[in-house]
Design a binder for this molecule. Sequence first.
Ligand SMILES: [Zn+2]
Length: 296
Amino acid sequence: MIQIKDIDVKNTYPFNTVFQAELLAIQEACLWASKTNQQIKVWSDSESSLHSIASIDTKSPIAQQTQEILLKSTNIKLGWIKAHVGYSANEAADVLAKKATQEGIPTFIPAPRNHIKNLLQKESIIRWQKEWDNGETDRSVHNVLPKVKTTPTPWQRPEIMFVTGHGSFPTYLKRFNIRSSDSCGCGKLGNPLDYATSCLFTTSYHLTKPSADLEPLWWKRVMNNNNSRAKIKKLMHFIAENETLFQKMATTTSHRPNFPMYSYSLFFHTQGTTLSNSTTQRSERLNFKKYYILLF
Ligand SMILES: [Zn+2]
């Protein structure tokens, strides 16, 4: 009879597990037993190791090797024994295991899969963070979300469009030559910040306008505040619903960009049907939708 007890691996190989050590001990015992002709019973108090050896789809290489030994040797039986209840052989194995941690020859066990997985995950997060910090695009998002993480932000599409500026904004559409001007019908710049703080058409959705030097802080606060985000969602909804208004207005009024009253009159005009079916407007809308699908 061979009694197997825990092997202290923690100090020598901090990444190895007690499970691995238990399995290795069983494997060594089976290897020894396979070289004799006697009937051998191997008792272990490690239930998880025994389960792993009995399992046909075990992932542990040590368990798999042990299975091979057992398949070739009919003289070995494995069994479970309760630990720390006074079996003399169990106690003796305890003493031997402790002695082995001081005098034994260290055995190399490859690091477990989980350990490698964790290492790789940590390393990839470090590299990802470096790329995010040193990147050149989406700096507005970097300002709000400086730390990378694998869990998604609780933002919905409108908020993502708002913070990235990738959406139905004149500044964005001009980049793709869908619009000739980057200003809104009200004469100001057609970008998210202006829509949220100063555009004349979106007054009901306004948040307090920050001074230029506090702009980064403003973004951080707004995007991390539930009330502000709810307002932004409504604003984005309004912009999307009145897409034609914002688009058409700017083209029509491009020759007189700083005349809001004129824009207002057009605002009401476009609410009717007079302008809403013009060919240019439709193709503009189609173009926009095309980009919209490409980018989201
Ligand atoms: Zn405007």
